[in-house]
Design a protein around this ligand. Structure first.
Ligand code: TYD
Length: 203
């Protein structure tokens, strides 16, 4: 592990990926593995602009412009957080990365494959991408029971399209996780999907 490891958690809202990302960070820390958990959109300049979009709605912003905000946020995150941690040989856990951009901005009519390729020109490719899957109906139920307000991105038809794009991703480092089951059951699936990246037992 001379250059750290990049492990990414992806999926539509309400799949439980953020909980699983935090849980893995705790498990790795218990094993004394140096790691850091990051999330996009970030809390930086672009991330703050994006969060306003999430709470107030898209209001005339073009898909292309929206895409550029997520890309700018990611470029900042790579420079300030991701690359420095990888250089320190840390395991970097990401709650969302460029697969979200391909899926969510792709569902606005942009070309998902093109978005993925453009991102891979500047963004380190993950050692493992875990794509969490639950039905969009179930995800919306979970969101509604856990929060007062949905974001403007959390509409059923839109999430169904986003989910379809997530399903279409393929590659040697991509694994799909069926996130039905208890938190600890899904955590076991996460460990099983990454154990080959480590030269010690994760459990
Ligand atoms: P989310 O992970 O739900 O953040 P939080 O839990 O802090 O609210 O991300 C917010 C939304 O941003 C989510 O609906 C997905 C969307 N998103 C995109 O549309 N494109 C992207 O590139 C990323 C990273 C997120």
């Amino acid at each position: 592990m001379s250059q750290g490891l990049l492990i990414v958690f992806e999926g539509i809202d309400g799949t439980g990926k953020s909980t699983q990302c935090e849980l893995l960070a705790k498990s790795l820390s218990k094993k004394q593995v140096p790691c850091i958990a990051l999330a996009e959109p970030t809390r930086g300049t672009w991330g703050t602009k994006i969060r306003r979009l999430l709470s107030e709605g898209r209001k005339g912003i073009s898909p292309q412009e929206e895409l550029s905000w997520f890309v700018n946020d990611r470029k900042e995150d790579i420079e300030l957080n991701i690359m420095p941690a990888l250089r320190e040989n840390k395991v970097v856990l990401m709650d969302r990365y460029y697969f979200s951009t391909a899926a969510y901005q792709g569902a606005l009519g942009l070309d998902p494959e093109q978005i993925r390729l453009e991102n891979e020109k500047f963004a380190p490719v993950p050692d493992r991408t875990l794509i969490f899957q639950t039905s969009p109906e179930k995800c919306l139920e979970r969101i509604e029971s856990s929060r007062d307000q949905k974001s403007s991105f959390e509409k059923l038809d839109y999430l169904k399209n986003v989910q379809e794009i997530f399903k279409s991703f393929a590659g040697p480092n991509i694994r799909f996780i069926d996130s039905v089951g208890s938190i600890s059951e899904v955590h076991e699936k996460v460990l099983a999907a990454i154990e080959d990246l480590f030269d010690f037992d994760l459990k």
